[in-house]
Design a protein. Structure first.
Length: 122
């Protein structure tokens, strides 16, 4: 029997794969929909430079447009920021430098949400 994948989760996995393709690190999915109504999932990704943050963000936008015809409702793709946020409604993507990720500690703040670690590929 084939299990049908939740469309929000499928989109989140697609975004995570796109981040991985752009060498995003420490990729984590938080199922925040189980503890809040803000979104179904957070995707948190580390990029090592602002250039890589933008590349990851563009990769995710391109892939979600190709696969789902979706664009972010909002994005703060500011050049000087160490944190790019993409809001797709049911999915909120956080692409951060290590410094920003450590400072804001989203995983700690949302620690009560189920956490799904993504396997890294070489």
């Amino acid at each position: 029997m084939t299990k049908i994948l939740d469309p929000s989760y499928a989109m989140t996995l697609t975004a995570a794969a796109a981040a991985q393709d752009r060498k995003g690190e420490d990729i984590v999915i938080l199922a925040v929909g189980e503890v809040s109504y803000i979104a179904d999932y957070f995707l948190i990704v580390t990029g090592l430079s602002r250039v890589q943050l933008r590349a990851i963000a563009m990769g995710i936008e391109e892939k979600l447009w190709q696969e789902y015809g979706r664009q972010p409702r909002h994005s703060n793709n500011e050049k000087e920021s160490g944190w790019i946020l993409q809001d797709y409604g049911e999915l909120i993507v956080h692409i951060m430098t290590p410094k920003e990720r450590a400072f804001y500690g989203l995983e700690l703040f949302w620690g009560h949400a189920p956490r799904i670690m993504m396997a890294q590929t070489a």
